[in-house]
Design a binder for this molecule. Structure first.
Ligand code: 5RP
Length: 224
């Protein structure tokens, strides 16, 4: 199986996992990226078995709407049993780096509101230590240089993602060369920099369950 087939297999496994819990009034949180897109396409087949979705990006909103799936503003929803999304890296504690697609802030908001974060990822995303993938940080535009200097003080090597404006109107710094041995502390330290909107570490609230697509099949993983 190639990487795309593995991504699709994990999305199908997540669909199967949530299916018994779906009710007519269920609202599902949906992430962003190519793996999440496979999940959106799987969800479309069950369109009449749930109410609608809250999406973590404009791109996912458009894809859901193309399938005639209603998309709700998070402020109008008070119960999201599941959030399903991909990741750029995942460790054995199900802590993640995310934001390769630039949607990290809305992803983190929906993930925090949801009761259960179901991560879907192919085996290339599994790592012993987070940090090989450059860590995305969403920044208020006027604070870009200041935040960059502070990220250097934290040991990173930030690079401006040129030409990218997030759905929230901000910019992204991708931080290279971090060996993230204490993801919770680093997530907090970056959050504390004035001008940072959010960062792509999902360690304070990791995923609850992972469907990992391996060549031998999809493995359900819970935190070690
Ligand atoms: C987008 C994300 C994605 O979940 C992450 O980049 C993985 O993407 P893909 O499923 O395309 O490999 O965090 O902001």
């Amino acid at each position: 199986m190639n990487q795309d087939s593995l991504k699709k297999a994990t999305a199908d496994a997540a669909m199967e996992y949530i299916l018994p819990s779906l009710e007519k009034n269920t609202v599902i949180g949906v992430g962003t990226g190519s793996t999440a897109n496979y999940f959106i396409d799987a969800l479309a087949q069950y369109r009449n078995d749930f109410d609608g979705c809250v999406a973590s990006s404009e791109a996912s909103t458009q894809r859901l709407k193309a399938h005639n799936i209603p998309v709700y503003d998070l402020n109008s929803v008070d119960n999201i049993p599941f959030y399903i999304d991909g990741a750029d890296e995942v460790n054995s504690s199900l802590q993640l780096t995310k934001g390769g697609g630039g949607a990290l802030t809305r992803e983190k908001i929906v993930a925090v509101v949801a009761k259960e974060f179901v991560c879907i990822a192919d085996e290339s995303k599994k790592v012993a230590t987070l940090g090989s993938f450059p860590l995305p940080v969403e920044v208020i535009p006027m604070a870009r240089s200041h935040v960059g200097r502070e990220l250097v003080n934290l040991g990173g090597d930030p690079s401006y993602r040129e030409g990218v404006i997030t759905d929230n109107g901000n910019v992204i710094l991708d931080v290279w060369n971090l060996t993230i041995t204490d993801p919770v502390s680093l997530e907090q330290a970056i959050n504390n920099i004035t001008g940072v909107v959010s960062n792509g570490l999902f360690a304070l609230k990791p995923a609850d369950i992972l469907f990992l697509g391996e060549k031998t099949g999809v493995r359900k993983v819970v935190s070690e």
